[in-house]
Design a protein around this ligand. Structure first.
Ligand code: GLC
Length: 536
């Protein structure tokens, strides 16, 4: 149900749409400096169209000293020269739109770069910006104002000698948090949204949206009794007061109000929370994020029963009218091929057949896997700050592999991060020629999804999850599609007589069974998934 507060979203493009995430440093370099750029993305738009996605979400490309590779923004209304110019952006947007592709930007409102002019003014108590960041005196006992930790290790407070006070930074000391309780901060950041909306963007993925509001009294976070030294330092405390506060929801509703001035473009929220808390981010009467990112496929054990239970509980907890979404990989977490090995194809099938908007991470259509980054080439600030933990994110940000030419066609210069060792075999050009490649499987799934309403917009029902097999049904009117996934390494047989009496395979993850018909008994090879049409 929708109401006056929340515009109806039932016809919105993103419901049946598929989003493709591009990490701009790593997609395509047009300038030869080993770092990808906006013009590079533009030159690859035909590839994205042929893949069959509907939108691209581009990680930050704004001016930045790059301490966190663009998630430390020093000017929200421009393009960093390493990525191009505003003109390049306008051209990219126009060309994308001409091809029917939408563009979703990454909006980073929780913190700026320490080099943003607002921070400079704030630390000098100038231009009414004194209160734009979170400044406090040290504790009376000495040390920082409270016990909060940075996501990247160490305390979340740094002392600024210019101002003579501590400032809060949920991430690096070079990423001071803005004070969203200050109405001027809010107004300035809403104007940033308007700046890009006027240029014609189709939506935003909002970085760490759940942390914009912190406890007003900045109370100490309680100790987490389950923490072990193998986990990031921040988890030593429960994040009770440093994020996910009740007053975040009216703020997101206000943000939606700004978007509503320009139609109702897509608002995605980056939120790492358990499903029960996550669904609150749809907001009262759906006035919150259209899509609070659902990271459950990244966090759930890759096993039929756990996955089945997780999907069913997410579906059950969704507020009425809320549209689901699924993420399999991103620039912060290990790639899917690394996590699930032989199950990468099954995982792709699952992502693209569940109910809800999927987000596909660049390179996952090639099954790009783990890359060992030699210590001198480590660039990720988190990996450098917590070197004893397997938290490094460089390995999931390596360049896209286009062809067999130098540097996989990514750049004429030395790429900023190494390619995978198997890049000369694992690349777009090669995979396009192989009808059974993961790339072609991804295309088949995207084509099928587009052509079948049961998959794009239909209902979802769990049929079975257990003994390595996950089966569910998608349905729209008379059109019924069954998805059966073997999550194990042994062959499996399943009777489908509770569902129908005759079936036809539309797609197998092995790409070799299309058109095969059967009555009731389905055989699944090891690590095989199938999309099946119910004939009768
Ligand atoms: C988000 C981004 C991550 C970044 C962090 C700080 O979690 O996805 O890459 O480091 O925010 O902006």
């Amino acid at each position: 149900m929708t109401n006056a507060a929340a515009p109806a979203t039932s016809g919105a493009w993103w419901r049946a749409g598929v989003i493709y995430q591009i990490y701009p440093r790593s997609f395509q370099d047009s300038g030869g400096d080993g770092v990808g750029d906006l013009e590079g993305i533009r030159r690859r738009l035909d590839y994205l169209v042929s893949l069959g996605v509907d939108a691209i979400w581009i990680s930050p490309f704004y001016p930045s000293p790059m301490h966190d590779f663009g998630y430390d923004v020093s000017n929200y209304c421009d393009v960093d020269p390493i990525f191009g110019s505003l003109q390049d952006f306008d051209l990219l947007l126009a060309d994308a739109h001409w091809r029917g592709l939408k563009i979703v930007l990454d909006f980073v409102p929780n913190h700026t770069s320490i080099e943003h002019e607002w921070f400079e003014a704030s630390r000098q108590r100038r231009d009414d910006k004194s209160d734009w960041y979170i400044w406090r005196d040290g504790a009376s006992s000495g040390g920082p104002p409270n016990n909060w930790r940075s996501h990247f290790g160490g305390p979340a407070w740094s002392f600024d000698p210019v101002r003579g006070q501590y400032y809060y930074h949920a991430f690096l000391p070079q990423q001071p948090d803005l004070n969203w309780r200050n109405p001027n901060v809010k107004a300035a950041m809403f104007d940033v949204l308007r700046f890009w909306l006027r240029r014609g963007v189709d939506g935003f993925r909002v970085d760490v949206i759940s942390q914009l509001m912190k406890d007003e009294a900045l109370r100490d976070n309680p100790v987490n009794p389950h923490w072990t030294p193998l986990r990031p330092q921040i988890e030593e405390l429960e994040q009770l007061y440093s994020g996910d506060q009740a007053d975040i929801h009216p703020l997101i509703a206000e943000m939606r109000g700004v978007l509503a001035e320009y139609g109702d473009p897509l608002l995605i929220g980056e939120i790492y929370l358990p499903v029960e808390r996550l669904v609150a981010y749809y907001g009262a009467a759906l006035s919150g994020a259209h899509l609070p990112f659902n990271f459950q496929l990244l966090e759930t054990r890759w096993e039929a029963e756990s996955l089945g239970a997780m999907i069913a509980s997410y579906e059950a907890l969704l507020p009425e009218g809320a549209w689901p979404n699924w993420v399999l990989s991103n620039h912060d977490r290990p790639r899917v091929a690394t996590r699930v090995d032989a199950q990468a194809r099954v995982a792709t099938m699952l992502l693209l057949t569940l109910r809800g908007t999927p987000t596909l991470y660049y390179g996952d259509e090639l099954g790009i896997g783990h890359v060992d980054i030699p210590p001198p080439r480590i660039r990720d600030p988190w990996a450098l700050r917590e070197p004893s933990l397997p938290v490094g994110r460089d390995s999931v940000r390596t360049p896209m592999q286009w062809n067999r030419s130098a540097n996989a066609g990514f750049s004429t210069g030395e790429p900023w991060l190494p390619l995978t060792p198997d890049w000369s075999e694992r690349n777009v050009e090669r995979f396009e020629k192989d009808p059974a490649s993961l790339l072609n499987l991804t295309r088949m799934l995207l084509d099928y999804r587009r052509a079948h309403r049961s998959l794009s917009l239909g209902s979802w029902r769990l049929v079975e999850s257990g003994s390595d097999v996950l089966v569910f049904e998608r349905r729209s009117g008379e059109e019924r599609t069954i998805v059966a996934l073997n999550l194990g390494a042994a062959p499996r047989l399943r009777r489908l007589d509770s569902i129908g009496s005759s079936f036809r395979v539309a797609i197998s993850t092995y790409c070799d069974r299309t058109g095969e018909t059967f009555d009731q008994e389905l055989g699944l090879r090891p690590d095989e998934g199938v999309v099946i049409e119910v004939l009768g």
